[in-house]
Design a protein around this ligand. Structure first.
Ligand SMILES: *[C@@H]1O[C@H](CO)[C@@H](O)[C@H](O)[C@H]1NC(C)=O
Ligand SMILES: *[C@@H]1O[C@H](CO)[C@@H](O)[C@H](O)[C@H]1NC(C)=O
Ligand SMILES: *[C@@H]1O[C@H](CO)[C@@H](O)[C@H](O)[C@H]1NC(C)=O
Ligand SMILES: *[C@@H]1O[C@H](CO)[C@@H](O)[C@H](O)[C@H]1NC(C)=O
Ligand SMILES: *[C@@H]1O[C@H](CO)[C@@H](O)[C@H](O)[C@H]1NC(C)=O
Ligand SMILES: *[C@@H]1O[C@H](CO)[C@@H](O)[C@H](O)[C@H]1NC(C)=O
Ligand SMILES: *[C@@H]1O[C@H](CO)[C@@H](O)[C@H](O)[C@H]1NC(C)=O
Ligand SMILES: *[C@@H]1O[C@H](CO)[C@@H](O)[C@H](O)[C@H]1NC(C)=O
Ligand SMILES: *[C@@H]1O[C@H](CO)[C@@H](O)[C@H](O)[C@H]1NC(C)=O
Length: 544
């Protein structure tokens, strides 16, 4: 039953029908129906579109949602009150947001984040966390759709994307939650990955009061430099007809060669590289024999150079690092996302946020432009502040994770951020452990999927268990509410890569800077055969 916020007559009629339909939940439904009118005084500048009572099992559809968001529908797992509204953020910008308020509320508040350069409410995340009893909010990051054209000549839309949409959604969302339930939340959480990971770090750095616990995955931190780096591959690999271009089929050959050189470093050949930082891949073995006519599975010298550059950090004109290298192991996913032509996010960012020039040509991207973009850093979107003392001092926690098969954001940028915090604050790992822990998830692609034990409950599609030992979000809840901090995150590898295909194996992923090494005698699928060590296999075996 949807309650449009038009006039009280319609609202009254709706309530009567609703009450007759579901007498046992009339109170909850009534509250949902009257929410739009009560929000008028709570968020006076908002335009509430509607509220609706949604019953468990409903397959919601989103006909108004921008088609590029590719989220036409979402099944909801528990009874909840859904409210949708619009909040102005300036005289030329606004956010669209929703709050999903579950009937079986746990007293916890949560905000989800966004992805890429979108523009899309992540309904699947809302369903996941509302289903777990969090009053959940999500905003559209200040624009609709997966592209960045609305940044063009509108710095306020850039501000929304950099920080304001998330923060405004949280401020407004907490008020909505309080107005609805009649009391303030007990604890506040954040769950996001990719751009959502960056938004989590932005909150940790600049809005430490927003959350008691932040789960930030594969963060797009050093955002401007990341965007330069993503565009850099096109200048290295070129189009399909370029002599240095490497096809997806050939990247698959490189991937096999990477595994051949690096899979065993962790102590077992299982198709998963536990610590790509130890992998210094050399493509020489794939060079085409002289006079070879069939070069479909070997590298020409130009291609080998390009492959080396992919695995080399990118530097600015003054020699300072722009962004780390791509980590080895990610070749399959990266080949179609980053290595096969101009990267759409880079195009949009440079055209509409850096230069305000829709004709900007991605083939011209060079170190000078990267430095220019980095200096511009609109609204400090880099999200690279290393001082988290305000977060620590208010007792909030940050759980950061990154998949080591990530083919879109190099996993090597995450230790770089961790170390930046460590050095900025002058804290050892033991001291950081009090409020900031970073886990490297082997065999996880970008936020989900991958060849290894990637299911850590960071998303609905990656949910194996609600046990805090096996669920990144519930690990955070336990840390905040019981003071028990995670020491590992156990991930699940499913047989057919979906939960219903059954567990193949589990693996405990280590807290950085420790790495996983195999000291068992099997094939690596025995969780107990692995050990988190700061050092190598020799040290791990000695400790046995
Ligand atoms: C009322 O709410 C409870 C708790 O969510 C649910 O189990 C039940 O099915 C609801 N009843 C109706 C008639 O919707
Ligand atoms: C939900 O509805 C959409 C659109 O009608 C449909 O495509 C989708 O398969 C439905 N999902 C489920 C789980 O039934
Ligand atoms: C985004 O889409 C919603 C409909 O889902 C619309 O009401 C809103 O005005 C749009 N926002 C912008 C900034 O275009
Ligand atoms: C809320 O209700 C849903 C649907 O019945 C259930 O799956 C979920 O476990 C419940 N959550 C809590 C926190 O009670
Ligand atoms: C509208 O209200 C929200 C919540 O109080 C606030 O964060 C936001 O800045 C306001 N918008 C404008 C344009 O003043
Ligand atoms: C919009 O707000 C800005 C400052 O926030 C102001 O300079 C500008 O004049 C305003 N524009 C209009 C049309 O009111
Ligand atoms: C939907 O998103 C695309 C990509 O960002 C954008 O070009 C388009 O203008 C959007 N459509 C609407 C109606 O906002
Ligand atoms: C070239 O080599 C590949 C892989 O070794 C093989 O599959 C393909 O058939 C060969 N092409 C020709 C034209 O011989
Ligand atoms: C971004 O790149 C510039 C140019 O090399 C560099 O000076 C700056 O330190 C980099 N920032 C981050 C956060 O990596």
């Amino acid at each position: 039953m949807r309650f449009p916020n038009t006039n009280s007559v319609v609202l009254g009629a709706g309530l009567l029908v609703a009450a007759a339909e579901a007498a046992s939940n009339a109170t909850f439904e009534q509250q949902c129906g009257s929410l739009p009118s009560s929000l008028a005084s709570v968020v006076p500048n908002a335009t509430v579109w509607f509220s609706e009572f949604v019953t468990a099992g409903t397959n919601l559809t989103f006909p108004d949602n921008n088609v590029t968001c590719n989220r036409p529908s979402q099944v909801v797992s528990n009874d909840l009150c859904r409210v949708a509204l619009r909040v102005p953020t300036s005289n030329r910008s606004e956010i669209s947001m929703e709050a999903w308020l579950p009937v079986n509320w746990t007293g916890r508040f949560l905000s989800t984040g966004n992805g890429g350069v979108s523009g899309c409410i992540q309904y699947e995340d809302m369903a996941y966390t509302a289903g777990l009893g969090f009053s959940t909010v999500s905003a559209n990051n200040g624009h609709n759709g997966t592209g960045g054209t609305s940044f063009y000549n509108n710095d306020d839309v850039v501000a929304d994307f950099a920080w304001r949409s998330m923060h405004t959604g949280v401020v407004v969302g907490k008020k909505i939650s309080e107005a609805f339930y009649g009391k303030t939340h007990d604890k506040s959480y954040y769950l996001g990955c990719s751009t959502g990971g960056r938004q989590g770090l932005k909150s940790a750095q600049s809005f430490p009061d927003d959350f008691d616990g932040i789960v930030a995955g594969a963060p797009a931190a050093a955002f401007v430099n990341l965007t330069s780096w993503s565009g850099y591959f096109y200048t290295v690999l070129g189009d399909e007809d370029s002599p240095s271009h490497v096809s997806s089929d050939l990247w698959a050959v490189v991937h096999e060669d990477v595994l051949k050189q690096c899979d065993g470093i962790d102590g077992v050949i299982d198709g998963i590289i536990e610590d790509p930082e130890l992998c210094q891949y050399r493509p020489e073995g794939l060079l085409c024999a002289s006079g070879a006519t069939n070069t479909s599975s070997c590298l020409t010298p130009a291609q080998a150079d390009a492959v080396r550059l992919v695995f080399t950090p990118v530097y600015g004109t003054d020699g300072s690092i722009v962004y780390p290298r791509m980590q080895p192991g990610s070749e399959i996913a990266a080949s179609s996302l980053l290595y096969d032509g101009p990267f759409p996010y880079t195009n949009d960012w440079f055209r509409y946020a850096v230069y305000n020039d829709p004709s900007w040509d991605p083939a011209t991207l060079d170190a000078e432009q990267m430095v220019y973009a980095s200096n511009k850093n609109p609204w400090n979107i880099q999200t690279w502040e290393g001082d988290l003392s305000r977060l620590r001092d208010r007792g909030s926690k940050l759980l950061h994770y990154h998949g080591l098969m990530d083919g879109i954001i190099s996993s090597e940028n995450s230790p770089r951020y961790y170390n930046h915090v460590s050095r900025t604050m002058g804290l050892t790992t033991e001291e950081l452990d009090e409020f900031y822990r970073f886990f490297r998830i082997s065999g996880m692609s970008h936020c989900s999927g991958g060849d290894g034990a990637h299911a850590i409950g960071n998303q609905l599609e990656s949910l194996e268990s609600l046990d805090p030992d096996e669920n990144a979000l519930m690990a955070m809840v336990r840390w905040v509410e019981e003071g028990i901090a995670p020491t590992t995150l156990i991930g699940t590898k499913w047989k057919g890569d979906t939960a219903d295909t059954g567990v193949d194996y589990k693996r405990a992923h280590c807290k950085y800077p420790a790495r996983n090494v195999y000291v068992g005698s099997g094939d690596g699928s025995d969780m107990d055969g692995w050990k988190c060590v700061v050092g190598g296999i020799a040290e791990a075996k000695q400790e046995l």
